[in-house]
Each structure stands twice: as structure tokens, then as C-alpha cells.
Design a protein around this ligand. Structure first.
Ligand SMILES: N[C@@H](CCC(=O)N[C@@H](CS)C(=O)NCC(=O)O)C(=O)O
Length: 216
């Protein structure tokens, strides 16, 4: 049965876009304009009460949360394509990194994006429910957000020590993480001190799907 994918370009749903592309799945993509309020309409909130993309509908089931979507699509379609580990300890590592990516890295990146001036690359825009009104912003929050993301990159850098990719070979876990790291780079964070991350990122850029995403 076909996949329906609710997507807003240059958002968290770019992770799912990349995962679907790596898996070469056909999907009906429904574009959603966050700034225009599409994620807050009554009809969209019936699909995802969180008012967020990505959303994937497959075999009548609605799946929200990009980590859950990556894990589901990986499990269903990625094992045969050598893009996701079969059941076993490596699957546990895949789950750990994918959940970590959202709970820690995406969370830290989101906090930083919400503190950046709205006209800065990667910053949360006014239409988003994550936008923080300028009068509520404090310089200390920006400093804290930068420290939070630095801590995440230290962990990711250590996780990539002596490894080409997070699970050894390239997998959808790298696809997922790549889009979040690209977001951090888009926010003009200097990641040069995280040598393993930088080398991994270059390696990932050899993947046609991810290279194309960087050109957008
Ligand atoms: N934890 C969610 C986060 C999704 C998310 O925050 N999506 C944002 C775009 S980056 C969104 O749809 N925002 C809509 C809004 O603010 O109305 C996931 O990983 O899927």
C-alpha cells in the first residue's frame, strides 16, 4: 500500500524526505506551509494533533515523530536494502542513535533556532509554534542553547571515533542524523573542532540523496 507523506521543505520532515528517497519508496507527498498556518488547521490537527510535520500514513496507520518514522520505514523496507539492521544488537544501536538524535540533538538545535534572530539562516520563523517572541528572549538563553548543542556534538563526535558511519556501514541512522547536522551547519555553527563529525559529514555527502539535499 502506498505511503502518504506530509512535508514542509527545510524542516524536520526533510529527514523523512531523505529516508524515503534513500529507500527509493514511492510516496504521495502533500506539501504543508508552516508559515501560512497549514499545520494548525482543524483538518491537519485531526491528522496530527501535535500540529507538526512529518506525518506518514501507511497501511491505514498514521505515524508521527520523525524518529518513529525512520525506525518504522527502516524496519519495513530498509533491512533487505542493507540500509537498516535486522533484529539484534545492531538494531538496538540504530534505535539508540535515532532516538538520541531527536531527544538530544534536535531538541538542542530547536532551542538554538528559537533563540536566533528570525532573519538568520535556520532560525524558527514567526509562523511556527516554536517561535519565541522577541520581548521574551534573554541573552542567557542563547548562551545556554549554544552550550547544549556543543555538548551534543561532543557526544556525536565520540560516537564516530574510528567509524566511517554510526553503525559501521552507512544506514538510515546516518541519513536521519545527517539532516539534523546539516541544520546545525545551516545555522552557521562552527563545527570544525568536531573532526569525526566533519569527516563523517563529508562521507555522507557522497550519497547522491544527501548531496542533492545539500544543493537545494
Ligand atoms: N519531534 C518532532 C518535531 C517535528 C517539528 O517540530 N516539526 C516542525 C517543523 S521543523 C513543525 O511541523 N512545526 C509546525 C508548527 O510549528 O506549526 C519530530 O521529530 O517529528
Amino acid at each position: 500500500m502506498s505511503i502518504t507523506f506530509y512535508h514542509s521543505p527545510m524542516s524536520t520532515s526533510s529527514i523523512t524526505e531523505a529516508v524515503i528517497a534513500e529507500l527509493a519508496l514511492s510516496a504521495e507527498t502533500i506539501l504543508v506551509d508552516i508559515d501560512a498556518g497549514d499545520t494548525q488547521t482543524e483538518s491537519f490537527l485531526k491528522i496530527n494533533p501535535n500540529g507538526r510535520v512529518p506525518v506518514v500514513i501507511h497501511e491505514g496507520v498514521t505515524i508521527t515523530e520523525s524518529a518513529a518514522i525512520t525506525l518504522y520505514l527502516g524496519e519495513r523496507f530498509g533491512v533487505d536494502k542493507n540500509l537498516f539492521p535486522a533484529l539484534g544488537p545492531l538494531r538496538a544501536e540504530a534505535m539508540t542513535w535515532t532516538v538520541w538524535a531527536n531527544v538530544n540533538l534536535a531538541n538542542a538545535a530547536g532551542k538554538l533556532a528559537a533563540e536566533l534572530p528570525p532573519d538568520t539562516p535556520g532560525a524558527v520563523q514567526q509562523g511556527s509554534q516554536d517561535f519565541v517572541a522577541m520581548e521574551l528572549r534573554r541573552p542567557a538563553d542563547l548562551t545556554k542553547a549554544k552550550a547544549g548543542i556543543t555538548s551534543c556534538f561532543n557526544i556525536l563526535n565520540a560516537g564516530l571515533e574510528n567509524k566511517d558511519y554510526l553503525l559501521g556501514d552507512y544506514s538510515l541512522v546516518d541519513t536521519h542524523m545527517f539532516v539534523l547536522v546539516a541544520w546545525a551547519m545551516f545555522m552557521e555553527l562552527d563545527l570544525s573542532e568536531f573532526k569525526n563529525v566533519m569527516m563523517w559529514f563529508e562521507r555522507c555527502c557522497q550519497r547522491p540523496v544527501l548531496a542533492a539535499m545539500m544543493e537545494e
